[in-house]
Design a binder for this molecule. Structure first.
Ligand code: NAP
Length: 329
């Protein structure tokens, strides 16, 4: 497995996202925790050293599973988790919503995450969404205190704007930004990636498989369980979905030329974008982590890269209105 460099933090260039292990898209009737743990073990065996989770996944369940899986293997892996989407306000506090990056909340959050993960330090601690009620300087300062105490090793941000990134970085070095990026979501290329490169900050693409669509395995939303989050995602509905399936067909055809699956093709393309980029495809199944991790060895030709780059972006907003409103722009 090749290495990616997120600031001064080295990780396997393909990581593992542990969100669906907690049923974030859908419980599909039942979660299989043993298979989730086998998936993490298989990932480690295959050279993955970067596991991504968050307090909100479950909530708490994904961190607990990661903690169980890395017990005895803690030093083999960079654990990334996130605060700020579970409110730690006192029950009497009337403030609405879950977004909460007040310094005292971060302090409460980190203790829970350390306990669930069964560790004494979090390698990469992200703010999950920028809190409009808390200056980013205060958030970065709170994490800097945790770094000074050794509870956190590196600061990360998610879905932050260039201005927010610069302001946070001026208080404490930001090691990585995590934002959606894939063959069908390339918004970050215009403004965000240049700022990251100017400041020496790494980039962690989330949902690099387009929430599963870029794997070619999803042909109809009728196959989704009723509680599946994607059923209301603009990219999985109506005419957008039909158009996006055509995009997947093109990815599938290009990958087939070199015997790569669409998921591997989508990941291999991201890997061509730089050694400071470390995608975290998400799965809770051993066979899929094997398939995805094997993308590390796939080499696309220059012509294939050019054809993938020429694909139209996805039709439809990447999140519904409520989720888009929480993104710092
Ligand atoms: N910072 C943020 O705001 C944010 C937001 C979203 C996600 N994330 C992180 O990014 C990670 C990945 O994102 P994601 O899970 O949203 O999307 P993704 O990686 O684009 O796709 C994951 C989906 O594709 C399926 N899948 C994975 N590999 C497959 C394969 N080879 N063949 C067929 N299906 C496959 C998974 O199903 P199964 O799981 O059932 O195998 C899952 O439903 C998450 O785990 C999380 O850590 C962060």
């Amino acid at each position: 497995m090749h290495t990616a460099h997120l600031g001064d933090l080295d990780v396997s260039r393909i990581g593992l996202g542990a969100m669906t292990m907690a049923g974030t898209y859908t419980s599909e009737g039942a979660l299989d925790h043993d298979e989730s743990i086998r998936t993490i073990h298989r990932a480690l065996d295959l050279g993955v050293t970067h596991i991504d989770t968050a307090e909100i996944y479950g909530p708490f369940l994904s961190e607990e599973l990661v903690g169980r899986a890395v017990a005895g293997r803690r030093d083999e892996v960079v654990i990334a988790t996130k605060f700020g989407l579970v409110s730690h306000r006192p029950a009497a506090d009337p403030a609405p919503g879950q977004i909460d990056s007040r310094p005292e909340s971060i302090r409460a959050a980190v203790e829970g995450s350390l306990r669930r993960l069964g560790t004494d330090r979090i390698d990469l601690y992200y703010q999950h969404r920028v809190d409009p009620a808390v200056p980013i300087e205060d958030t970065a300062g709170a994490v800097a205190e945790l770094v000074a105490e050794g509870k956190v090793l590196h600061l990360g941000l998610c879905e932050a704007s260039p201005d927010t990134i610069r302001r946070a970085h001026a208080v404490h070095p930001v090691t990585a930004l995590q934002t959606e990026y894939s063959l069908w979501t390339r918004d970050v290329e215009a403004e965000i990636l240049p700022v990251l490169r100017e400041l020496g900050i790494g980039f962690v693409p989330y949902s690099p498989l387009g929430h599963g669509l870029l794997t070619g395995q999803i042909r109809s939303v009728d196959d989704f369980a009723d509680d599946d989050w994607r059923k209301t995602n603009p990219r999985f509905t109506g005419a957008n979905f039909a158009r996006n399936l055509a995009l997947v067909d093109e990815v599938t055809a290009i990958g087939a030329e070199i015997g790569a699956t669409p998921a591997q093709t989508a990941l291999a393309w991201i890997l061509t974008r730089g050694a400071d980029i470390a995608p975290i495809p998400g799965t809770r199944r051993v066979a899929r982590v094997e398939e995805n991790t094997a993308a590390d060895a796939i080499e696309l030709t220059a012509d294939q890269v050019a054809r993938l780059e020429a694909l139209e972006p996805a039709a439809g907003a990447r999140h519904d209105d409520a989720n888009m409103a929480s993104i710092d722009q």
